[in-house]
Design a protein around this ligand. Structure first.
Ligand SMILES: CCCCCCCCCCCCCCCC(=O)N[C@@H](CO)[C@H](O)CCCCCCCCCCCCCCC
Length: 314
């Protein structure tokens, strides 16, 4: 026992929420910090999803973007709430509230991109035909409903993880293609690729963390109990780092999707992509007031407002 540390108590099989009913019990030891929270770090770090989801939803509303971006943000926030309840209680029904919205929320950008045609990508603000929108929505709903049913019947987590991973990769490939083929503005294209790349790299770093947590769990527990103790041990929960990294990566990707949408729909002149404090991307309308320091490119020079003119400062 150190001056500012104390040993881990023994893991509890059950806590305030009763027996574990979820099909996954993560590496983090149960109820060692509080009897009300099964996996403390894995629970608290879901705040990343809720905060980034609510902020991206607020930005979509403030920018008067299409309803689809509000739904993406709400779905993203629901994943965060579901994952919070899942890790706090390790109850199966909350596991589903975490996992199912992940797929359904990711289906929204999938549907949005699949609805695009050569004509709707010419930047003339032409919407895709309603019958195309409806038929693609029906097709996605049918496929995802079938996959959901299969997952609910067999209860194999890998089914959900594979479906989610496939849909996410599909969105990445399709959105990357639209960026390559239909965005001509070189400055905008560079910002898009910066946002997309940071989103993907951050997400993949989270995915590696997730796998390291699963593969070397007994080692992490040994290090936490023998060397770190509490409270430092709560920082060596790699699944909790998956939450932080994926929450951040998904935020960057949602900003990328928002910017890609306004550019391909012909509204690029009404918006600009800013980087708050040079690293945090956000889509804003050109006439909006920006209250923090920002640059117009990743790690670019700050833009300073002087007597009504914007000037670039190092
Ligand atoms: C691509 C833009 C999508 C915009 C819509 C956002 C929708 C919400 C997405 C939320 C993703 C993060 C989920 C976090 C919740 C969580 O971690 N839940 C786990 C429990 O804590 C649960 O067990 C689910 C784990 C799912 C693991 C899937 C791994 C497959 C990853 C495939 C990686 C492919 C590379 C993609 C590159 C971007």
């Amino acid at each position: 026992m150190g001056l500012f540390s104390w040993p881990y108590p023994s893991e509890q099989v059950t806590g305030y929420w009763g027996e574990v009913t979820s099909t996954i019990d993560w590496c983090e030891e149960n109820y060692v910090v509080s009897k009300y929270i099964a996996e403390w770090s894995n629970t608290i770090t879901n705040g990343t999803f809720v905060i980034t989801a609510l902020y991206s939803t607020y930005c979509a509303w403030r920018n008067r973007l299409e309803l689809r971006f509000l739904w993406i943000g709400v779905g993203f926030a629901l994943v965060g709430v579901g994952s919070w309840l899942f890790h706090m209680t390790l109850q199966y029904h909350y596991q589903l509230l975490d996992e199912m919205p992940m797929i359904y929320a990711t289906c929204i950008p999938t549907w949005s991109i699949l609805c695009e045609t050569k004509d709707t990508l010419t930047g003339k603000g032409q919407s895709s035909p309603l019958n195309r929108q409806i038929s693609i929505a029906i097709a996605i709903t049918t496929i995802v409903s079938l996959l959901s049913w299969i997952y609910l019947v067999f209860k194999i987590p890998e089914i959900h993880q594979t479906v989610y991973g496939f849909i996410t990769v599909l969105v990445v490939i399709m959105s990357g293609f639209l960026t390559y083929k239909y965005v001509d503005d070189k400055v905008a294209k560079k910002s898009l690729y910066q946002c997309m790349t940071i989103g993907i790299v951050t997400f993949l770093a989270g995915f590696i963390s997730w796998n390291l947590d699963n593969l070397f769990c007994s080692f992490w527990i040994h290090v936490r109990r023998s060397y770190l103790e509490l409270p430092l041990g709560v920082f060596l929960e790699l699944h909790a780092w998956w939450h932080i990294l994926t929450g951040t990566g998904i935020y960057y990707y949602i900003v990328y999707l928002q910017y890609l949408r306004v550019l391909t729909q012909g509204f690029g002149n009404d918006f600009k992509l800013i980087w708050r404090w040079k690293f945090l991307p956000e889509l804003v309308r050109k006439d909006s007031k920006i209250t923090t320091k920002y640059s117009l490119s990743l790690m670019g020079p700050y833009v300073e407002k002087q007597d009504g003119e914007t000037r670039k400062n190092k």
